[in-house]
Design a binder for this molecule. Structure first.
Ligand code: SAM
Length: 243
């Protein structure tokens, strides 16, 4: 049996998805407030930039993978109009339900689907844009998921991967201190769960850096890949074109 990492722990590959599900089952109801607190609202700017780079048109077909509480799905839905379609998906029912309720409260009725990014239930060459925000890090086989994302994109379609990345060297110490001391305490105070926020800090350290992820996306079928660092590399937006 093969092993993989869940944060800094080594776990059996078949067990990782179960551990990840535990994290998001636990944090779903406090996810949005924690995002605002942890990032001091910066996640809104990172997502706004992602939507700008998506450059959607009326009528675009969009797939939001690991869409969770629906920030990107909602922003995309505003751009594609009545003739377009945004499919809001996630592997976790609690996250997806929280997102669906929020979307409905704002007047958006989107197709919402529980699905695993590693086995997407969509035909080949179907979407103009596919997005995955802060989700790839949690997937067991990132290469398999990226290949699936490439498969469901139309030729010349665009994949947007918004994810934590490697922070600039001068900020490393302060960022580590914040991640391993403050995040778990905030998690405990707000969501009653320090372990999930320790996992967040650890999983960021285990995720491929900017150049590594770019190489992985190329190996997974994207002809052109570029990345845009944000907040000194705390986060990067990788853009892959299927060509
Ligand atoms: C940190 S949340 C991101 C939610 C949202 N995209 C955002 O940016 O706020 C990560 C999401 O990835 C989802 N996820 C983890 N593994 C997945 C998989 N294999 N397929 C689809 N979604 C997955 C989790 O259930 C969780 O909702």
């Amino acid at each position: 049996m093969s092993s993989t990492h869940f944060g800094f722990k080594t776990v059996d590959e078949t067990e990782k998805a179960k551990h990840v599900r535990g994290v998001f089952d636990s944090v779903a109801s406090k996810y949005d407030v924690m995002n605002d607190l942890m990032s001091a609202g910066l996640h809104r700017l990172w997502k706004r930039y992602t939507v700008m780079v998506a450059d959607l048109r009326e009528g675009s077909q969009v797939l939001d993978i690991a869409g969770g509480t629906g920030d990107l799905s909602m922003a995309f839905a505003k751009k594609v109009g009545k003739t377009g379609r945004v499919v809001h998906t996630d592997i976790n029912e609690a996250m997806l339900r929280t997102g669906r309720d929020r979307l409905l409260d704002q007047g958006f009725v989107l197709p919402t689907l529980v699905c695993d990014a590693e086995k997407l239930p969509f035909p080949d060459n179907h979407f103009d844009v596919v997005s995955v925000a802060f989700g790839l890090r949690n997937m067991t086989h990132k290469d398999v998921a990226l290949k699936e994302m490439c498969r469901v994109l139309k030729p010349n379609g665009k994949l947007l991967v918004l994810e934590f990345s490697k922070v600039a060297k001068p900020l490393e110490k302060a960022y580590d201190w914040y991640s391993f001391n403050i995040l778990p305490k905030l998690g405990q105070m707000i969501a009653g769960d320090d372990a999930s926020y320790r996992y967040l800090a650890e999983s960021i350290r285990m995720h491929p850096g900017q150049e590594e992820l770019k190489a992985l996306m190329k190996q997974s079928g994207f002809g052109h890949v570029d990345f845009h660092n944000m907040s000194a590399g705390v986060v990067a937006l990788h853009v892959g074109i299927k060509c």
